[in-house]
Ligand binder design. Structure first.
Ligand SMILES: NCc1[nH]cc(CCC(=O)O)c1CC(=O)O
Length: 310
């Protein structure tokens, strides 16, 4: 029997966003014996869905993919918001809280090409398409001879552009491709040793109104703590850099029992300069490790580096 008051889940309308919502719904159904009738999916268009290429970069980091959804949550038009944690700014609106993370998917970037097996196999002067400043910088760092072009659109569009020869290769998150059922399109996953992923890549967070104890309780049953502590370290790194830095940023925390290893990197967009560091310690120090790593990189990069990116 349909519930009178279904849980309204707010989301972007992209296929990836919807796949993430279905995963949340399935997990809640399994944990609580609920059915699809207990949920209503509310699609919300965000500015990020409307803005074009260049502008998108300039507005980066300001919650372009989350703002309108958060507003709907604050206004009580929806009860839960599902976000790719990669797209969530480090400062959260006060009435809201991300109380749940689903188990993290593969954190790596995927190299996709119809011509070669990996980045290092690309011929001199090859063209790589990506809209991510981080990926652009990392590609240029590894292969200064490669030309990077702006490349947006959904997975199908990007693959078609490869077929049309617009670019020789592209990079996308393995997580997104897997959730979309496109894992077969991956030529090779890129090791984090070669290309450190974006902060929180592959992690999905569920946000509610802070005061909503009922939904908080429901979500606690499916919360994945290991994902959460990793994201805490990575986002602490990002938060510490954010105020002073508009540069490509990468970071990844891995767990080994109750020990964590955090790696962080900042780069100039053209890949001509990069700084990386690592921390190891108990999981209880997750936040401090991320912060401390950021402080070290800010020190090491120095004012000249920072001046080049503002
Ligand atoms: N910024 C877009 C975005 N946000 C989350 C993902 C992929 C899935 C994830 O990292 O969780 C993507 C696309 C991509 O980078 O390929």
């Amino acid at each position: 029997m349909p519930r009178e008051n279904p849980i309204r889940i707010g989301t972007r309308g992209s296929n990836l966003a919807l796949a993430q919502v279905y995963e949340l719904r399935d997990r809640l159904c399994a944990a609580h014996g609920m059915t699809h009738d207990d949920f209503e999916i509310v699609i919300i268009k965000t500015s990020g869905d409307m803005i074009q290429d260049k502008a998108l970069r300039e507005f980066g980091g300001k919650g372009l993919f989350t703002k309108e959804i958060e507003d709907a949550l604050i206004a009580g038009e929806i009860d839960m918001a599902v976000h790719s944690m990669k797209d969530v700014p480090t400062i959260e609106p006060d009435p809201l809280e991300i109380v749940c993370m689903m188990p993290r998917e593969d954190v790596r970037d995927a190299f996709i090409s119809l011509k070669v097996e990996g980045l290092t196999d690309l011929p001199e002067g090859a063209v790589v398409g990506t809209s991510s400043l981080r990926r652009q910088a990392q590609v240029k760092q590894l292969r200064p001879d490669i030309e990077v072009i702006t490349y947006r659109g959904n997975v199908e569009t990007r693959l078609r552009k490869l077929e049309e020869g617009v670019a020789d290769a592209t990079l996308l998150a393995v997580a997104g491709l897997q959730r979309l059922g496109h894992a077969d399109k991956i030529t090779a996953p890129v090791s984090p040793d070669e290309m450190l992923p974006a902060i929180a890549q592959g992690a999905i967070g569920i946000q509610i109104r802070k005061k909503d104890d009922e939904r908080r309780e429901l979500l606690s049953a499916i919360h994945d703590r290991p994902t959460h502590v990793r994201v805490i370290a990575e986002r602490a790194f990002l938060a510490e850099l954010d105020g002073s830095c508009r540069t490509p940023i990468a970071g990844l925390a891995d767990l080994d029992g109750d020990q964590m290893r955090f790696r962080g990197q900042i780069l100039l967009p053209d890949g001509s300069e990069a700084h990386a560091t690592a921390r190891s310690g108990p999981v209880s120090d997750a936040e401090a490790m991320g912060k401390d790593a950021a402080q070290e990189l800010l020190q090491r990069a120095g004012p000249d580096f920072m001046a080049q990116i503002v």
